[in-house]
Design a protein around this ligand. Structure first.
Ligand SMILES: [Zn+2]
Ligand SMILES: [Zn+2]
Length: 341
């Protein structure tokens, strides 16, 4: 199947291109996850890395973009760009990127962390806007298995955030690449695919159902997936809502790329409604993993971020509430927005 054009009748998805290495690693990781053992797998490292937040709930500068309930961040790694999530309003990523003078015109790969509308709604605006000059712009969307499954509310209506966007995107020649296991998108930069959940963190909002074998079960957002980036200083994790649970994600990240300490966790961790006890447990586990930097945004919750900061033994320079325009750079750490130090 072509990367940029999908046939009209059965256009849904492209299976990821696998080489022997990816396949072997995938098998090894599945076995590692099944046995509970974590073995070093990926060997590549990203040498240069900057992650800039384009959408999150808070904005600290009227000329530097607006905040909204949603998430998006631009990853620049080893000379390549990947957009992770696309915000909640159709044009918020585009507006904020322009306000921040962030160039998205050469972005061809996008990752959608899960189906929720506050992470996928900007996809079509970005595809249409930048495809005018570059047909490959935003033409490849990486997602995890099961992302397209209907999410049924009490009335039986499908609330999947990609329900309408999927067909629109395919009609533009865009392609979805569906991952059912970890995939190395760039040397040293991995998408987890679905994350094993040995810890019952349950960091999702209840109310929707999945239909499995004609039975309705709670929608635990099974496709929720994060970026895992191996660097010489440790592992960087970027997560959209963290519905899989950040401790589950961190353990899986260490199985994928190594047992190295966590250099940084960025993004939404969906702890805003969690008990203090649950947040303290999470922070303590992150401390055990050697967490050095936390730039928590979106659904993490502001109070929860401060509890995490204390539990992980971080401080005002190393653990912040993320704002639009805040960033993490390898070798430099966090550059904050105007708020929340
Ligand atoms: Zn979500
Ligand atoms: Zn969200």
């Amino acid at each position: 199947m072509s990367d940029t054009q999908a046939p009209p009748a059965e256009p849904a998805v492209e299976k990821p291109k696998r080489n022997w290495r990816t396949f072997v690693l995938g098998v090894c990781i599945a076995l590692a996850a099944a046995s509970g053992a974590a073995h070093a797998q990926g060997t590549h490292q990203v040498q240069a890395l900057k992650i800039t937040v384009l959408v999150t709930n808070l904005a600290g500068n009227a000329r530097g973009g607006d905040g909204e309930w949603g998430y998006s961040a631009l990853v620049e790694a080893s000379g390549r760009k990947i957009l992770y999530d696309t915000g909640s309003s159709p044009d918020m990523v585009l507006k904020n990127a322009r306000a921040l003078r962030v160039d998205l015109s050469d972005v061809e790969e996008v990752v959608l962390s899960h189906n929720h509308g506050d992470h996928v709604a900007g996809l079509m605006t970005l595809r249409r806007e930048f495809a005018k000059a570059n047909p490959k712009a935003f033409s490849r969307a990486h997602v995890a298995a099961r992302i397209f499954e209907p999410r049924l509310n009490a009335g039986g209506d499908d609330q999947n955030g990609l329900r309408d966007i999927r067909a629109e995107y395919l009609a533009t020649g865009g392609t979805f690449i569906v991952h059912d296991k970890p995939a190395e998108l760039l040397p040293g930069l991995w998408l987890t695919g679905p994350v094993p959940r040995p810890h019952p963190e349950k960091n999702w909002s209840p109310g929707l159902s999945l239909r499995v074998a004609n039975t309705l079960i709670e929608d635990n957002v099974p496709e929720d997936s994060a970026l895992v980036i191996a660097t010489g200083e440790g592992i960087v994790i970027l997560t959209g809502c963290g519905h899989a649970g950040i401790v589950n994600i961190a353990e899986y990240a260490r199985a994928i790329v190594s047992g190295k300490p966590l250099l940084a966790v960025m993004g939404g961790i969906h702890l805003f409604a969690a008990t203090d006890q649950a947040v303290q447990w999470t922070g303590a586990r992150l401390k055990d993993f050697g967490l050095k930097t936390l730039l928590a945004g979106h659904c993490t919750g502001i109070e929860a971020t401060y509890i995490l900061r204390e539990a992980a033994r971080l401080d005002r320079k190393t653990a912040l509430v993320s704002t639009v325009g805040s960033s993490f750079t390898l070798g430099r750490g966090i550059t904050s927005g105007a708020l929340a130090q």
